[in-house]
Design a protein around this ligand. Structure first.
Ligand code: ZN
Ligand code: ZN
Length: 144
């Protein structure tokens, strides 16, 4: 297999992914630095994410709809660190899933297990919000 298959590709320029309209989100993705990583605290989970402040907030508030406690975001590594070793060592790269959040997006820098957990929560949150208010035009997350 040629080495080119493993080249880094920018999130948003991949096949089938819609372009991210939010500039702040795009520049967060492109910074390719651990510093750009934020953390979402929801229930017992600590999920590393990359996004702009606004879309991170929106993502957190949707995820928080499925829990009793509101979801929290941190722009620095939490005091206890990331408990999951898979998430701790997850590569910050274009191979991670990008979840569309309105005109922006959130890059999930987590292990596959936690990627799917947080995606489920986000989707459940969107369902909850649709039920609460039919006027909300939240983007439907899609990884395909
Ligand atoms: Zn954004
Ligand atoms: Zn994990």
């Amino acid at each position: 297999m040629p080495a080119a298959d493993f080249q880094y590709s920018e999130p948003g320029t991949d096949d089938g992914r819609p372009p991210v309209q939010c500039e702040a989100c795009r520049s967060a993705f492109e910074s390719d630095s651990r510093q750009a990583v934020s953390f979402l605290l929801v229930d017992q989970l600590t999920i590393p994410l990359v996004s702009c402040e606004d879309h991170l907030e929106q993502f957190a508030s949707v995820c928080g709809l499925t829990t009793e406690d509101a979801a929290e975001t941190l722009d620095h590594r939490p005091a206890g660190g990331v408990r999951c070793p898979g998430c701790q060592h997850a590569p910050h790269s274009g191979t991670q899933p990008v979840i569309p959040v309105r005109e922006g997006a959130v890059l999930v820098v987590a292990c596959p297990e936690h990627q799917s957990k947080i995606l489920q929560r986000f989707q459940a949150g969107i369902q909850t919000r649709r039920t609460l208010s039919s006027s909300v035009d939240a983007a439907t997350p899609s990884l395909r």
